[in-house]
Design a protein around this ligand. Structure first.
Ligand code: GDP
Length: 224
């Protein structure tokens, strides 16, 4: 008599999008999770996306990705430790046609130093490459800075979809290559970073309706 092995539970992975306002964080999330693009004049309606859950299989492992968007919190400089809690991957976004958003990256990194463990995987995404005509930051500048910060790097466009899937997949692949980020998490059956140097008394998604978000997450849906 043969018994099928029970399917392994999915690896829970939490990713965060950070970066200045208007660089395209919500648009990248929407493009990746729904393969959608909202016309520029409708894009403000994406504020409130909060987070999406996306299931995928990478390197033979089932992965349940929750991807959190700041939902505009950064505008008021109110991103708190709670937003960062339990993240295994951070997507730092700037706009290649806006130098200020690139120059702001060091500030975002110093916030990360405070709130997340150094093992957390980081990728810098230079978004809006479709605006080649008004580019203010070269590919090489972005790449060198990412190397210096020990981060992955890619240029992308939420508008044309170039590089978007690759950006998310690269982070998840690197997370899967770093079992310390998820192995204990799967056993406990909850997302989080054991001993990751993040405040234990804080909650994910500060400023966001967490109860709604968590119930949506357990249903594999979205809080929006
Ligand atoms: P967030 O504040 O970082 O979440 O940025 P949004 O996703 O709300 O986008 C801000 C603005 O940039 C909106 O008008 C979007 O339509 C526009 N946008 C976002 N991504 C791209 C892109 O890849 N190319 C172009 N041309 N515009 C984009």
């Amino acid at each position: 008599m043969s018994h099928d092995k029970p399917a392994a539970p999915p690896v829970n992975v939490k990713l965060l999008l950070i970066g200045n306002s208007s660089v395209g964080k919500s648009s990248l999330l929407l493009r990746f999770s729904d393969e959608q693009w909202l016309p520029e004049d409708e894009a403000s309606a994406t504020i409130g996306v909060d987070f999406r859950v996306h299931k995928m299989e990478i390197k033979g492992k089932k992965v349940k990705l929750s991807i959190w968007d700041t939902a505009g919190q950064e505008r008021f400089r109110t991103i708190t430790s709670s937003y960062y809690r339990g993240a295994q991957g951070i997507i730092l976004v700037y706009d290649v046609a806006n130098r200020e958003s690139f120059d702001a990256l060091p500030r975002w990194y110093s916030e990360l130093e405070t709130y997340v463990s150094p093992a957390v995987v980081k990728i810098i995404v230079g978004n809006k490459v479709d605006k080649e005509f008004s580019r203010q930051v070269t590919y090489t500048e972005g790449q060198h800075y990412a190397q210096r910060m020990n981060s992955l790097f890619i240029e992308a466009s939420a508008k044309t979809a170039v590089g978007v899937r690759e950006a998310f997949i690269e982070v998840v692949e690197k997370i899967l290559d770093t079992p310390e980020l998820w192995a204990s998490v799967t056993q406990k059956g909850r997302p989080g970073l054991g001993g990751g140097g993040v405040a234990e008394n804080s909650m994910p998604g500060g400023g966001i309706d967490l109860n709604q978000a968590q119930s949506a997450e357990s249903e594999g849906g979205c809080a929006c």
